[in-house]
Design a protein around this ligand. Structure first.
Ligand code: CU
Length: 158
C-alpha cells in the first residue's frame, strides 16, 4: 500500500506531460520549448486599384517556444491567394514563411505580403475580406481583413 501512492502520482505526471507537451511529430527534440502559440493581428487590405488582384498585410505573433511556418492562405473573396516575399525590390512567390519561436512574421507594405488573385469582386473601403491562414504545425486561423484606403499605412510602419 505504501508503494501505490508514488506509482499513481508518477502515472498522473506522465499523462499530464503527454497531454500538454509539444507534438512529438512536430519537433525533433523532446526537450525543446512549448508548441507554437500563434496570434494574428494588424491585418488590412489597401483598397485595390485593380479589379483582379489585391495585396494584404498582417502580422503573425508566436508566443510559443518552437517555430512554425505559414504554408498556405485562402479566401472566399479570391480564386487564389499566395504568399509573396520581396527581395531586392522585386516580389516573388514564397513556398512558406517562417514564424520564429517567441518572434513574429511581419507581412507589411514594401515587404512580404499576401497576393489575392482572381478577386470575386473589387473590395471597397469599409468591407472586410475573410482570410484563412494555414500553418505547418498550428491549427488554421481565420481573420476578417478590413479594407483600408489605397494609401493607408499603419502608424507603426516604416
Ligand atoms: Cu506580390
Amino acid at each position: 500500500m505504501s508503494r501505490l501512492g508514488p506509482l499513481v502520482v508518477g502515472l498522473a505526471g506522465a499523462l499530464t506531460l503527454a497531454g500538454c507537451g509539444p507534438d512529438p511529430s512536430a519537433s525533433s527534440s523532446t526537450s525543446a520549448g512549448s508548441a507554437p502559440d500563434l496570434a494574428v493581428g494588424s491585418a488590412y487590405m489597401p483598397q485595390p486599384v485593380s479589379d483582379t488582384v489585391a495585396a494584404g498585410f498582417l502580422t503573425v505573433t508566436n508566443e510559443g517556444g518552437s517555430a512554425d511556418e505559414l504554408t498556405s492562405v485562402s479566401s472566399d473573396a479570391a480564386g487564389r491567394v499566395t504568399v509573396h516575399e520581396t527581395v531586392d525590390g522585386a516580389m516573388r512567390e514564397a513556398d512558406r514563411l517562417k514564424i520564429p519561436a517567441r518572434g513574429r512574421l511581419v507581412l507589411g507594405s514594401g515587404g512580404n505580403h499576401l497576393m489575392f488573385e482572381k478577386l470575386t469582386h473589387r473590395p471597397k473601403q469599409g468591407e472586410t475580406v475573410p482570410v484563412e491562414l494555414r500553418f505547418a504545425h498550428s491549427d488554421p486561423v481565420t481573420v476578417e481583413m478590413p479594407v483600408k484606403p489605397a494609401t493607408y499605412r499603419p502608424t507603426s510602419g516604416h
